[in-house]
Design a binder for this molecule. Structure first.
Ligand SMILES: *Cc1c(COP(=O)(O)O)cnc(C)c1O
Length: 379
């Protein structure tokens, strides 16, 4: 791997174990979106998170699309989505023809504000709209408020889908992220906590939902000798080579989480002395600490978070603003949204900081030294 000076936000953490696994898969001859590593990867992810069944697909976005199709999202239906998320969450809703309705977040974690749901359910019901799903997101690897979301959705008769793209390995009250809804989605994109370069996994306790998703992911081919099709399918299956990479990453997941957690603890220590700052989702013991984002109140801090971003950039250190809320995106300007201003505030005052588990000791020291000098100068 090329060694650069630049410190990235969340670079892949890949080593000899992964190299050996991919080489072994190539030599096995299973260079296809099928094979023993893919089957094993599905079993191992399901086992790891405590879900009954899993299907490996080409991206987290593909898994979201299949999850939404599984619960009947389509033209004429509504899917409730948090506004503070990556575009893929609502893109997948749009692929089905359903209408995304955006809901604001709580300031503490940036996750779905559950208080806003009962009235929205009532309104949509009064309008005769069918809500195909609530699609909750586990932002930065901290689980949404499932203690309230799960019963609320059950009571309203609305399926819950969990976008745990950022949250594999995270837990909430002892249970794994991805297992709170009817279906759960993981992403193995290059910037996620474990990666297959691109890839995703759909998990569920419902064997039929997973079997149908697997069938749709391989062009919806009927089980006969010739090519026979009664429905439109997709080419969404994960490559066996990438599954081999995923298996090697999964074996190292706990260690990678621990290293990200150690980075977060170091940030927490540094920023604890800086008034007006807090870490998004701080105090969540079950977070996988995928990204550490700092939130800065400019009035009490005396500086804006953008200044820190510029200071880091000047030292060849990558950082990134929080997600721009979906209801602020030009493409969704005409969409319905239930907002309190919380996501707007996080977008204006939040910054995600380098959080990768593969950062060398030298880079870690340089990173914290640069951050500390900024805080001293602005203290
Ligand atoms: C990364 C991500 C996705 C999409 O996953 P891909 O594997 O990149 O398609 C979906 N939702 C969220 C919240 C994500 O962070």
């Amino acid at each position: 791997m090329t060694v650069t000076r630049r410190i990235h936000l969340s670079a892949p953490d890949i080593g000899p174990t992964e190299e050996a696994a991919v080489l072994h898969a190539i030599r096995s001859g299973w260079v296809a979106p099928a094979g023993p590593d893919l089957d094993a990867f599905e079993r191992e992810v399901a086992l790891r998170v405590g879900s009954g069944h899993a299907v490996g697909v080409s991206s987290g976005t593909a898994a979201l699309h299949l999850a939404l199709l599984g619960v009947g999202a389509g033209p004429g239906t509504v899917v409730i989505v948090p506004t503070l998320t990556f575009a893929a969450t609502s893109n997948a809703v749009s692929y089905t023809g359903a209408e995304p309705v955006f809901v604001d977040c709580v300031p503490g974690t940036g996750n779905l504000d559950v208080d806003l749901l009962p009235e929205l359910f009532d309104q949509l019901r009064a309008e005769g709209r069918r809500v195909a799903a609530v699609l909750a997101v586990d932002l930065n690897g901290s689980c949404a408020d499932y203690a309230r979301l799960v019963p609320l959705c059950a009571e309203a008769g609305v399926p819950l889908i969990e976008d745990s793209a950022q949250a594999i390995g995270a837990t909430y009250r002892g249970r794994h992220a991805g297992t709170f809804g009817r279906l759960g989605v993981f992403s193995f994109n290059g910037n996620k906590i474990m990666t297959t370069s691109s890839g995703g996994m759909l998990v569920s306790d419902d064997a039929d939902l997973i079997a149908r998703a697997r069938w749709l992911s391989t062009q919806a081919r009927e089980p006969v000798a010739h090519y026979e099709h009664r429905e439109i399918g997709y080419n969404y299956r994960l490559s066996n080579l990438l599954a081999a990479l995923g298996r090697a990453q999964l074996r190292r997941l706990d260690g990678m989480i621990e290293r990200r957690r150690a980075l977060r603890e170091r940030y927490a220590k540094l920023f604890s002395a800086a008034p007006g700052t807090r870490i998004l989702g701080d105090g969540d013991p079950g977070s996988n600490c995928w990204l550490t984002s700092i939130v800065v109140d400019p009035d009490s801090a005396g500086w804006r978070v953008g200044q820190l971003g510029e200071h880091l950039a000047a030292h060849d250190i990558e950082s990134r603003p929080m997600f721009k809320p979906m209801h602020r995106q030009p493409v969704h300007a005409h969409r319905r949204a239930v907002v309190t201003g919380a996501a707007d505030t996080l977008f204006a005052t939040g910054l995600s900081l380098p959080s990768g588990s593969g950062l060398s000791a030298e880079k870690r020291d340089r990173l914290f030294d640069v951050v500390e000098r900024f805080l001293v100068r602005n203290g």
